[in-house]
Write a protein that binds this ligand. Structure first.
Ligand code: NAP
Length: 285
């Protein structure tokens, strides 16, 4: 089975390396071509200069790009060349509506589509330990499973197309709350003059322990905010979540507050920093 990867950003790069390690990656494409050429050389796979050329040469097309319009642009391009019977798997974080639109476009070409967003951060992408939530046909998932297992520690089939992205929206709302809680609590520790390394270590082992505290606690308190997960991307995700919540007649106040905080940080030029840059605002409180 030959897989091709489109999108070699912070997430896609690690994903591609793990599929290559499992012997199933045959091609890569990236908008900024130099990244694809360097990785192709490293992994001894082909680099294509257009997504449609990649799609014509593989059985499974994997996508991990930024936002809704980017995914739909790629899908529209590959639909012109992809072979019937292929599978397209989108691992970007976008809306359920985008997943449904992509699936409908590819169904016309007898191509299956899975929305398969992930959680676990850049570390998870590098280590191949991502959690993946999947919407789409179970049969397509079973065919693609060997490729997906190369990148993940956990795969969950949620239901029909769009339910993977709906589950990811739940995850993003939870991340917003955790970011608020961890940054605020650590700023409170700092203002009390506590030794932050000890605070983080002991709390990580108790009932408040969580992934974000363990992986970003020390760096944020040291004033380092290298991504990680870009704040501007989480902002994009939370706006999708807000629309989905509004459609369901539901409110997500913690996410609303996080969107406003991120907008302040983005206006100050911190949009490309990790989401833990929220600590910048909390330590000013
Ligand atoms: P990133 O580092 O900013 O990379 C984005 C990638 O998408 C780059 O390869 C970029 O190409 C490509 N791209 C963007 N727009 C494109 C377009 N119109 N056409 C073709 N390629 C395009 O982002 P990332 O952190 O890898 O995130 C990718 C996706 O995964 C996002 O949807 C994000 O929300 C999701 N996600 C991220 C994390 C995380 O912790 N970072 C965790 C879970 C999910 P260039 O190289 O040319 O810019």
């Amino acid at each position: 089975m030959k897989a091709g990867m489109i999108g070699l950003g912070a997430m896609g790069m690690g994903m591609a390396r793990n599929i290559a390690k499992a012997g199933m990656l045959s091609a890569v494409y990236n908008r900024t071509a130099a990244k694809a050429q360097d990785l192709a050389e490293e992994l001894a796979v082909s680099a294509f200069d257009r997504p449609e050329a990649l799609a014509a040469n593989v059985d499974i097309v994997l996508i991990c790009v930024s936002a809704d319009r980017d995914v739909l642009d790629i899908v529209e391009k590959i639909a012109t060349s992809i072979r019937p019977g292929s599978i397209v798997i989108d691992m970007s974080t976008v809306s359920s509506a985008t997943a449904q639109q992509a699936a409908a476009c590819l169904a016309e070409k007898q191509v299956a589509f899975l929305d398969a967003p992930v959680s676990g951060g850049v570390e998870g992408a590098k280590k191949g330990t991502l959690a993946m939530m999947i919407g789409g046909e179970a049969a397509a998932l079973e065919r693609a499973r060997p490729v997906l297992e190369a990148m993940t520690a956990r795969i969950m089939h949620i239901g029909p197309t769009g339910t993977g992205q709906a589950t990811k929206a739940v995850n993003q709302v939870m991340c917003a709350g955790i970011n608020q809680a961890v940054t605020e609590a650590l700023a409170f520790a700092q203002i009390q003059g506590l030794p932050l390394d000890k605070v983080i270590e002991v709390i990580s082992g108790g009932a408040s322990g969580n992934w974000f505290l363990q992986h970003r606690g020390l760096t944020m308190t040291q004033g380092t905010f290298a991504p990680g997960f870009k704040l501007a991307l989480h902002h994009k995700d939370l706006k999708i979540c807000r629309e989905m919540a509004a459609q369901a007649g539901f409110t997500i106040p913690l996410s609303d507050a996080t969107v406003s905080d991120y907008e302040q940080l983005m206006a100050e030029g911190f949009g490309d920093e990790d989401i833990s840059a929220l600590y910048r605002l909390k330590r000013m409180l």
